[in-house]
Design a protein around this ligand. Structure first.
Ligand code: FEO
Ligand code: CA
Ligand code: CA
Ligand code: CA
Length: 593
């Protein structure tokens, strides 16, 4: 039975005060302990972190930057021993490297990249697999863990599924169109029912520079994806990130990556059957008939909600039998109708508009240009679909829609123009079957400050001034079916509060009540909420703490909080601020929330 707090809430913790300062804060009665920071050893023989003399070789053996998705894969069914899998989404050079920031006319200027810096940046991307164990109530990394692994922007990966080997996937380094180096901008992700680690490639456009010839066949494809975005200068040092030199390389990114964590030498697989777009994450659950359903958001204003249903069924008794389930199945895109129904539109070559006349010669073309295929299917353009988590018990799925300040026309599923704070949609799949091709939906909550009428927020009246949030980003459904939401963007605005982790009631009278459980230091973003199956630990990821403040040598930056910066979590003059994974436990032990 679920513990019931006041007003029928499924939560009974005393919430944290919303606010903003240099430290993190968790609800009273809980401990929030730093588990892994940028630069921490992932292997026993890794070098000690020296922020003034960082190297690519050291970074390849150390925990990467900007931890985002966090997953826990129990070993031997244990709740106190397992593998932690963590995405390293991107790098913040101005917070990482000493001596590269100067102030010019009051503006912070970051020095041009060097080959050494780009090498470190590439090694700080990707993911970490690390064994962890709870000893005397506290989690610790096991540095000699046999499965420990760093995955980077250079790790060899294999393209699999319908688009693998297609001509559009071939480059000068890879005539087979099946072998890719690395994964980038891994935002959220997932752990499959068979215990593999899923990394979602999101904002891949920023890593490419250069210019395609105007008549190149990929021009429209790349425009739809914002390629080349030119955020990073990698293309100046590694020509595969320059589209003039390697025009097909961007087609090899924007996929869902699956990692067999039990073999540290396994080749990660880019599973093309799940489509190519700005993949936010891929949470999954087993449907009633044993097929496995992956919910997929494409995080861009006016992009879409997808799901993938495997053709084969999950075999709980034979892990190996599941290892290629992600290569065959049906990708669907969602149309949210005004009457409260949702239709899942199959994205199958030859069906509807997905034909040669429209430039799709095969399923490979449909998958490489998933967004254009979804446009033609007239899916519903959403307010930045982020993480989506299914609840297999109820057949519901929760869709985080961060915001969309560019929306000029509202519709039922995106009801606010200039949607600054986002909303959460609850999908009820027909028959409670996650694999269903139709369902209904309603808005669980429109986010923002309920005390400001124009915002139009719809949190329950039980929600306190600490309990409301904007910009829902990641989410988790815990083992009791309770919804936890982490946010991205409260720290950067004028909300007077940082991002954090909120507990949101979905059932009964308490539905729509939200409470603040944990908040991040100034400038940070909250990622990766990951409860252990026994609910005694919640792993969370604090991403880019201190961003928007001054760098670690005291250079100022146009800041949302001019006089506030942080050196979390070390608070040492000789240490930069560091993204970190935090383990939250209840003092004296017991269930969280
Ligand atoms: Fe990496 Fe959609 O956030
Ligand atoms: Ca996100
Ligand atoms: Ca999630
Ligand atoms: Ca995020």
């Amino acid at each position: 039975a679920k513990a019931q707090g006041a007003s029928g809430s499924a939560f009974d913790f005393a919430e944290v005060m919303a606010g903003v300062d240099a430290d993190h804060h968790v609800a009273e009665g809980y401990d929030a302990d730093i588990l892994l920071r940028w630069g921490d050893k992932v292997f026993a023989d890794a070098p000690e972190f020296d922020p003034t003399a960082q190297t690519e070789a050291a970074q390849e053996r150390q925990f990467g930057y900007n931890n985002d998705f966090v997953g826990f894969i129990p070993l031997d069914g244990a709740d106190d021993h397992g593998l932690l899998v963590v995405n390293h989404e991107y790098t913040n050079e101005h917070l990482m490297f000493p001596g590269i920031v100067t102030m010019q006319n009051g503006e912070m200027v970051v020095a041009d990249a060097t080959a050494e810096r780009v090498g470190i940046e590439m090694a700080a991307h990707g993911g970490t697999v690390i064994e962890i164990r709870k000893m005397d109530g506290k989690w610790q990394p096991v540095l000699d863990g046999a499965m420990n692994r760093r995955i980077t922007a250079k790790t060899e990966m294999q393209l699999t599924g319908p688009a693998a080997g297609h001509d559009r996937m071939k480059t000068s380094a890879d005539a087979t169109g099946t072998k890719v180096l690395g994964t980038i901008n891994n935002c959220a992700g997932g752990v499959t029912p068979w215990g593999t680690y899923i990394m979602a490639e999101e904002n891949i456009h920023g890593y490419f520079t250069g210019e395609l010839p105007a008549d190149h066949p990929e021009v429209a494809n790349y425009e739809r994806m914002g390629i080349p975005g030119g955020t990073y200068q990698w293309g100046f040092f590694d020509k595969r990130f320059n589209v003039a030199d390697e025009p097909n390389e961007p087609n090899r990114f924007g996929w869902i990556v699956e990692v067999d964590v039990m073999d540290p030498n396994s080749t990660p697989k880019k599973r093309t059957a799940l489509g190519r777009f700005k993949h936010e994450g891929a949470s999954s659950a087993v449907a009633k008939d044993g097929r496995v359903v992956f919910y997929l958001g494409d995080d861009e204003r006016f992009d879409y909600v997808y799901k993938f249903v495997t053709a084969g069924t999950y075999n709980a008794d034979d892990r190996a039998a599941n290892m290629d389930l992600l290569d065959e199945g049906t990708l669907y895109v969602a149309r949210f109708d005004e009457d409260g129904s949702v239709a899942w539109l199959p994205m199958v070559h030859g069906e509807g508009p997905l034909t040669a006349e429209n430039g799709f010669e095969s399923q490979a073309d449909v998958l490489i240009e998933t967004r254009r295929a979804a446009d033609l299917l007239e899916a519903t353009p959403m307010d930045r679909p982020e993480d989506i988590d299914p609840n297999p018990e109820t057949g519901r799925a929760y869709v985080m829609l961060t915001n969309n300040t560019k929306r000029e026309e509202a519709n039922a599923a995106n009801p606010r123009v200039e949607n600054a704070f986002g909303h959460i949609i609850e999908i009820q799949e027909d028959g409670g079957d996650l694999a269903a091709t139709s369902g209904t939906w309603e808005i669980l909550v429109k986010c923002g400050d309920p005390s400001i009428a124009e915002v139009g927020a719809t949190f329950s009246t039980e929600t306190t001034e600490n309990g409301w949030f904007g910009m829902p980003d990641n989410c988790a459904i815990d083992a009791d079916g309770r919804l936890w939401v982490s946010t991205d963007g409260n720290s950067a605005g004028e909300t007077g509060r940082t991002d954090g982790l909120w507990a949101v009631d979905t059932e009964g009278d308490a539905r729509g009540t939200s409470r603040l459980f944990y908040r991040v230091p100034v400038g940070g973003e909250m990622c990766g909420p990951c409860p252990t199956p026994d609910l005694t630990t919640f792993f969370v990821a604090v991403q880019h703490p201190g961003d928007g403040g001054e760098d670690w040598e005291g250079h100022g930056r146009a800041s949302y909080y001019e006089d506030l910066s942080t050196r979390w979590p070390d608070f040492r003059d000789d240490m930069p601020v560091r993204p970190a994974v935090v383990a939250i436990t209840r003092q004296g032990g017991g269930r969280i929330g």
